[in-house]
Ligand binder design. Structure first.
Ligand code: TRP
Ligand code: ZN
Length: 464
């Protein structure tokens, strides 16, 4: 099997909180808040994301010039406070912050590492909806992951592409960058005339003025920030509507269009097939972005519109990334420890594709994965370090877990589980415990032995 990915608040916050206490007291009617957490204690990335609020909507206005590699951005973040807040954090790596307002009033801002702390004039009451606006600019950085691969902002031959799994989206916009805080997005992007910019969701009309082209894209359904993408370059963009009315907007780098177009045209057919397996498609648009080889070293299931470099643009990988729209994108991991729920299902979709279209039973894929020692390095539900969350067991051994469930409960019950799991947590987040409880509940079986051996076991079982 090919593995896809080869390729705390500053000390002054306490003082600030005290000052706010007296200020709020004077204002009368105000609440006395405390600082929101500077991280969500993810098992692998404890400082990722922020506590004290829940983002509802990001309105990002971004201009990018490939010639200078400069990005100018404004992020309008609409959020709901989940505690009385004196200050709260956003994650942003690099770039310069020019000004910040909260509910239209200037707020103070402090930066430490990737934490940006915003302190509004008045504390925000638990449950209140507020709007933070951050103006920023600079040359966005490429982030190197714990496993050595590159994400964040990747300059390409003709522009750039943003990839954000697991932490790279903070390289191009400030936000609550943990998959547990999903939100709707509106992205307005401006590029030099002659370039195209493609992101998630549905585009409005492109307007060209003064040598620059601006388009607004909307993603109505909730999206984890790691699934946001922005591809700037010279693309052929096609829009079709499926017979069921789903808009499919695809972009192929102009140098690969001739070769990539036939497979790109299969997106509607593959989605129809996946809908039979997994249930209704969860989003209101679809498509694919095909970059030239080397522009991105690996594929990513960016929401509604995966990014795939041409050298990896195969039916198997396309099916894998489209399957993530159900598993990973609609049903998102509760934490980065739950990665196997993304990759195991996407890998299993490849096995199902091989079973139905390539005359290769899933059992054969299982046997090959079972024989590969790389898949036994660690249990899929417990990668030892952050560098392992994209390791072989998270893909193939996780798919083996699903195959063991299928063997145990039978094909019919298994296909009910695939659809049911996607329905149960549609547009939400789910953990490994949610999954094992769901399967046991639905099937009425105690599957402790299966979990202990296949999901959590350190050792390779004697035989499958
Ligand atoms: N999710 C991607 C895929 O399967 C691969 C990937 C890219 C990944 N970056 C990652 C997996 C970071 C885990 C962590 O197509
Ligand atoms: Zn994947």
């Amino acid at each position: 099997m090919i593995h896809r990915k080869r390729g705390r608040a500053p000390a002054s916050a306490a003082l600030a909180a005290l000052l706010t206490l007296s200020a709020a007291g004077c204002a009368g009617g105000g609440v006395t808040g405390t600082p929101g957490g500077a991280g969500l204690r993810d098992p692998y990335f404890p400082r990722l994301g922020n506590g004290g609020y829940d983002v509802r909507h990001y309105a990002l206005t971004v201009a990018y010039d490939p010639a200078t590699r400069r990005l100018d951005g404004t992020a309008e973040i609409t959020a709901r406070a989940t505690q009385d807040l004196s200050s709260f954090n956003l994650d942003l790596a690099g770039l310069t912050v020019h000004g910040v307002t909260v509910d239209g009033e200037r707020a103070s801002v402090q930066r430490a590492g990737h934490e940006v702390t915003l302190r509004p004039r008045a504390d925000i009451e638990d449950g209140a909806t507020f709007r933070a606006v951050v103006r920023y600019s600079g040359s966005p950085r490429t982030v190197t992951d714990p496993d050595g691969s590159e994400e964040g902002w990747l300059p390409t031959a003709d522009g750039a592409v943003a990839l954000g799994e697991p932490t790279g989206s903070m390289a191009w916009f400030p936000g609550n960058h943990h998959p547990s805080d999903k939100a709707a997005y509106t992205v307005t992007v401006t590029v030099p005339e002659g370039h195209q910019a493609v992101t998630n969701g549905l585009p409005g009309r492109a307007v060209t003025r003064g040598g620059r082209t601006t388009t607004t894209w909307r993603s109505a359904e909730p999206m984890a920030s790691y699934l946001a993408t922005l591809a700037v370059g010279r693309f052929d963009v096609t829009t079709i509507r499926t017979p069921a009315g789903l808009p499919v907007v695809s972009a192929t780098d102009r140098t690969v269009t001739a070769k990539a177009a036939p497979l790109a045209a299969r997106v509607p057919e593959l989605l129809d097939w996946l809908m039979e397996k997994f249930g209704p498609y969860p989003f209101s648009s679809a498509g694919v972005i095909v970059e030239r080889a080397g522009d991105s070293g690996y594929a990513l299931e960016t929401q509604t519109r995966p990014v795939i470099p041409y050298d990896q643009f195969t039916p198997g990988i396309l099916v894998h990334e489209l399957a993530h729209q159900w598993y990973g994108n609609s049903v998102s991991p509760a934490s980065w420890r739950d990665m196997w729920l993304n990759e195991g299902f996407a890998q299993y979709a490849e096995w199902l594709y091989a079973e139905e279209f390539e005359d290769r039973p899933a059992q054969e894929s299982f046997d090959e994965a079972f024989a590969d020692e790389a898949n036994w390095a660690f249990p899929p539900a417990a990668p030892p370090t952050a560098a392992d969350i994209s390791g072989p067991p998270v893909y193939d051994r996780a798919a083996m877990v699903l195959h063991k469930i299928r063997q145990t409960v039978g094909d019919e019950a298994f296909s009910g589980l695939l659809r049911g799991w996607a329905a149960e947590h549609r547009h939400g987040n789910a953990s490994t415990d949610d999954f094992t409880a769901y399967v046991e509940e639905e099937t009425g079986r105690d599957l402790t032995a299966l979990w202990d051996t296949w999901l959590y076991g350190e050792d390779k079982p004697a035989r499958p």
